[in-house]
Design a binder for this molecule. Sequence first.
Ligand code: NAP
Length: 284
Amino acid sequence: MLPNSSITLKRIGYGAMQLAGKGVWGPPRDVDAAVAVLREAVEIGVNHIDTSDIYGPHITNQIIRQALHPYPEDLVIVTKVGAFRPEDGSWMPAMSRQELTEAVHDNLRNLGLDAIDVVNLRMMGDNNERSEGSLAEPLTTLAELKKQGLIRHLGLSNVTPTQFAEAQTITEIACVQNQYNLAHREDDAFIADLAQQGIAYVPFFPLGGFNPLQSSALNAAANSLGATPIQVALAWLLERSPNILLIPGTSSVEHLRENLKAADLQLPPQTIKELDEIAATAVG
Ligand SMILES: NC(=O)c1ccc[n+]([C@@H]2O[C@H](COP(=O)([O-])OP(=O)(O)OC[C@H]3O[C@@H](n4cnc5c(N)ncnc54)[C@H](OP(=O)(O)O)[C@@H]3O)[C@@H](O)[C@H]2O)c1
């Protein structure tokens, strides 16, 4: 449940970044296949889709609209603003009032919405790495757009606990989306703090993103449970904390189905202990 709302998100949603072309740039090789993934996601119960208008750019949102509009009533679409993609395909900050306002309108137009359920302010840090720095100015702009009715809830992405605390003095924050997975556990204490406040934590790169998780302990756990390593990695995240909501990304209907089944997997305490040790030995 998002704070102060009637929105209840299922524990496993879907991240749409994999639907754009190579390097999250341009159209996918097979648009019909991308449409099929989105329709199957909703068909098998996903009610939380994470996206951004800079995936493509614009293309991922346009495919979501093509596949799912008019949207099911319970579908929550979460987008992020704060970056733009120059022609070289890089990811650059776009935090001015004008850039943020345009980004919200781009999302509305490309998704075919009058208001966006959740907009995350995506901080770009130093070279895209999380780093301290005030988010007051851009967040105030988004809070104004929320007051105008264009946004229902605000969240943050790629932020530190200090930035989150500053944000809470400006406006209500519904969710935090940071990098976190079996091998990247920098946010352990932050997640616990957010859980106490009833705020959702949505790990990006839950499967390692561009650097897929690889671990013999993960493979061994999967073998012993008759599951796949991907399912175990997702089930571990679900076990970690009740406020964690997943948005694994995939361009494949088969992988999507496999990922959703992670919700049924029970991890024995000994397996959790072994998986917990992965981060201590992880490189990068
Ligand atoms: N806030 C941010 O800054 C930020 C940054 C990055 C991502 N995100 C969001 O987080 C979502 C998830 O991140 P992500 O998609 O980058 O990374 P991810 O979920 O960690 O991993 C996606 C990768 O795993 C593969 N995969 C997925 N399911 C699989 C399965 N069952 N078997 C084998 N391979 C599988 C996908 O390939 P296939 O396509 O072949 O399945 C893809 O290469 C994104 O879609 C996006 O919405 C947010």
